[in-house]
Design a protein around this ligand. Structure first.
Ligand code: HEM
Length: 391
């Protein structure tokens, strides 16, 4: 039996074992390194959609068979990514008006301003510069804090807490403490927003919560989820996507050919570099047949998004980064009722950052050989720890 997670042989491609599994055992039992339990691994695009779109697969941490990661602690109230309907629906619904296409597009000028400022500052420095520290981290940090109404001065605290929560080497007790610190901080902030509402997402949630039948604790949980989900993901997508683009200079023209081509090009980078490295976890609540295999109630499932995104049956020549292809049904943002709430916000940031970066600094290149870039092999969100660039 294979064990999971599996190792990469090339930093910009998922583990080659995925290709073997897709061809020979697309739905197979594997042993989880984290706790030695056995779960189903789903590696093909079609099967991944079947699982993620089926209400018989639960996202609730407490469902028997739910695949462990490192913590045995339940995620806490409000963390709707780990809940099933109807509770999931009740909480997710609160955020729907906050993340509409219209609202996200309205943020584009502000995001452009932040990117311009960060690139001005970066271009004024003497290279080499770490692109993670100069651009990839501060952009989503500033965007998510402004959106929620969190003081940007507290960004170091957020950076450190989200980093520790995403590190596989941090022991569960420490991780839990860090998560509780973040919750305590956001709890105090929600109390402030209740008393002195401003024009931000947290104030609106705090004000509307009673009418919506949502507790204060749940609002704090939602805020924690948004901070954690909306920061490291975008930062690493920017960084590792930039590496992939720099390794494929012939493709860069696709970023400068107008908004439509740009949007499609960004989808392709997001398909090719799937940062949710460990996959989407579920547990079956009924016996279900998927792709000819019977998954029984109480069995855990890991849907490997990075493998589905390289499925040769769905994407021709899948390992090639081809900014002209239609990659729109990639699964990097998940699928089904838990599909990423912040995907439109992520897309605007990625479109603005890559269009601006390669237009403003066309001679951008890696300052070290790609083998020397410290890739994040030990984190739940794949990416790079640092990215030395020059121009
Ligand atoms: C490139 C950036 C991002 C990637 C790759 C990403 C990926 C994902 C994926 C794969 C899921 C589904 C997990 C599952 O089905 O178990 C998800 C859910 C979620 N994401 Fe994102 N995400 C990104 C950015 C963001 C941003 C910017 C935000 C918020 C501002 C956000 C908020 C959420 C939330 C709240 C959920 C839970 C949705 C639910 O359970 O209904 N994400 N994300």
């Amino acid at each position: 039996m294979d064990s999971y997670p599996m190792s990469r042989t090339c930093p910009l491609d998922p583990p080659s074992d995925y290709g073997r599994l897709r061809a020979e055992h697309p739905i197979t039992r594997v042993r989880l390194d984290f706790d030695g339990s056995d779960v189903w691994l789903v590696t093909r695009h079609e099967d991944a959609r079947a699982v993620l779109g089926d209400a018989n697969f639960s996202s609730d941490f407490s469902t028997p068979g739910f695949p462990a990661r490192l913590t045995s602690q339940p995620p806490g109230p409000g963390t709707f990514i780990r809940m099933d309907p109807p509770d999931h629906t009740r909480l997710r619904r609160l955020l729907v008006p906050e993340f509409t296409r219209r609202r996200m597009e309205a943020l584009r000028p502000a995001i452009q301003r932040i990117v311009d400022e960060l690139i001005d500052a970066m271009a004024g420095r003497t290279p080499p510069v770490d692109l993670v520290e100069a651009l990839a981290l501060p952009l989503p940090s500033q965007v998510i804090t402004e959106l929620l109404g969190v003081p940007y001065d507290d960004r170091d605290f957020f950076h450190e807490t989200t980093r520790l929560m995403g590190d596989q080497n941090v022991d569960p007790e420490r991780r839990l403490k860090v998560r509780n610190d973040l919750r305590d901080y956001l709890d105090r902030l929600v109390a402030v927003k209740e008393e002195q509402p401003a024009d931000d997402l947290l104030s609106r949630l705090a004000q509307g919560r009673q009418e919506a039948g949502v507790s204060r604790e749940e609002i704090v949980g939602i805020a924690t989820l948004l901070m954690v989900a909306g920061y490291e993901t975008v930062a690493n997508q920017i960084a590792v996507g930039t590496v992939a683009l720099l390794q494929n200079p012939g493709e860069l023209a696709g970023l400068q050919s107008g908004p439509e081509r740009l949007a499609a090009a960004v989808e392709e980078v997001v398909r090719h570099q799937t940062v949710i490295d460990y996959g989407a976890r579920r547990a079956a609540t009924a016996d279900v047949e998927v792709g000819g295999r019977l998954i029984r109630a109480g069995e855990g499932v890991v849907v490997v998004l990075a493998s589905a995104n390289r499925d040769e049956e769905r994407f021709g020549d899948p390992d090639r980064l081809d900014l002209c292809r239609d990659a729109s049904d990639h699964l990097s943002f998940g699928y089904g009722v838990h599909q990423c709430m912040g995907q439109l916000l992520a897309r605007v940031q990625l479109q603005v950052v890559w269009e601006t970066l390669f237009r403003r600094i066309p001679s951008l290149r890696l300052a070290v050989p790609v083998e020397k870039v410290p890739f994040r092999y030990d984190m739940f969100v794949y990416g790079v720890h640092e990215l030395p660039v020059t121009w």
